[in-house]
Design a protein around this ligand. Structure first.
Ligand SMILES: Nc1ncnc2c1ncn2[C@@H]1O[C@H](COP(=O)(O)OP(=O)(O)OP(=O)(O)O)[C@@H](O)[C@H]1O
Ligand SMILES: [Mg+2]
Length: 328
């Protein structure tokens, strides 16, 4: 990986202090992204992907808290910054497409005006007319039909898919150095999804924008990511360049995820599922959180937490049971 980093997360711990106990949503995460790189963060529901992203954006709300660790954006430490200081980075430095776009738009402002405001805030020398032109152009690029008419709509006048596209336009229009996209295309049909993923790739090439894309969809990962982190129960369990991960998944959890991808021509009756569910993050034991669901687990797995070990170049996995034959 390139030695210059846009985002560097080190040993991040973000927890929720609830009446029932401490929920360790992000439990010692390390992750890094280079310039122009598209990095995927994958894992089952509830494993801490969104909380990792929200920690970067300074959006962890009570009873949640970043307990420890470091988050550096372009070398600048973000933990400990005030909300105002963090907000000043939003737009130019980092922006986020949220998993729930419906709650992120102002219901009483026309959508075009909302995106125009974002342009005006981040470029004080631009005229309102030029900002409007930029918005309409970006609406077109994210697949909003009749963008001039849609500019004047209120959020409730648009379908969910169109609102999502407005949010995507808003996040990309200021050409941030880092775009965090949390399930950005889940609500969209496949043709619009492809258009948006292509646009992201194009912006990465043109402006060296970096992307952290959170998704359940390994097809999207295979299509656009350069590098992938696999998360399970608050921890990164494996990371590798995308082709390496698909060709040589090392962690039994990653292997399970790969085997669950439906394939044309394979009998759906035999589609593999990983038995069991993600454990409750309130009651994590000492050992590997995947041990209870893992075919390969031995006694040691539920008692001791495996370290992250390098299995090949730029590829690491947090598992005791790594086949030496396969990885030597
Ligand atoms: N306000 C809260 N109070 C207590 N626990 C919370 C709170 N918000 C999130 N969590 C817990 O944090 C953990 C991580 O949640 P997160 O939203 O990051 O999961 P995720 O990987 O993004 O899942 P999904 O794929 O469903 O979006 C979950 O186990 C969740 O229960
Ligand atoms: Mg999420």
């Amino acid at each position: 990986m390139n030695s210059e980093k846009i985002l560097e997360i080190r040993d991040l711990h973000t927890s929720f202090f609830t009446d029932k106990g401490v929920v360790r949503a992000v439990n010692g995460v390390d992750l890094e992204i280079g310039p122009g790189q598209i990095v995927g963060l994958v894992g089952e529901s509830g494993c801490g992907k969104s909380m990792t992203a929200r920690s970067v954006m300074g959006l962890v709300r009570f009873p949640g808290k970043i307990e420890s660790g470091s988050i550096r954006l372009n070398g600048k430490e973000l933990t400990g910054l005030t909300e105002k200081e963090l907000r000043s980075l939003c737009g130019d430095e980092v922006s986020m497409i949220f998993q729930e776009p419906m709650t992120s738009l102002n219901p009483v402002l026309r959508v075009g005006r909302q995106v125009q405001e974002a342009v005006l805030v981040h470029n004080q020398s631009i005229s309102r007319k030029d900002a409007r032109k930029q918005v309409i152009d970006m609406f077109e690029r994210v697949g909003i039909p009749e963008p001039e008419q849609r500019y004047n709509c209120y959020p409730h006048e648009l379908s969910g898919g169109l609102r999502q596209r407005v949010m995507i336009a808003m996040a990309m229009i200021c050409r941030p150095r880092l775009l965090i996209a949390d399930e950005p295309t889940t609500a969209l049909d496949v043709t619009i999804e492809t258009q948006i993923l292509n646009l992201m790739q194009q912006l990465c090439r043109e402006t060296q924008m970096s992307v952290l894309i959170i998704t359940h969809n390994l097809g999207i990962v295979a299509e656009i990511c350069d590098y992938v982190y696999v998360m399970y129960a608050g921890r990164i369990v494996e990371h590798a360049p995308v082709f390496e991960l698909f060709d040589h998944p090392a962690h039994p959890y990653t292997r399970g995820l790969m085997a669950s991808i439906p394939q044309i021509g394979r009998n759906p009756e035999y589609l593999h599922t990983i038995p069991g569910v993600v454990p409750n993050l309130l009651h994590l034991g000492e050992g590997c959180a995947f041990a209870g669901r893992c075919d390969c687990a031995v006694d040691r797995c539920s008692r001791e937490l495996p370290e992250m070990v390098h299995v090949r170049e730029d590829h690491a996995s947090r598992c005791f049971i790594i086949s030496d034959a396969e990885f030597s």
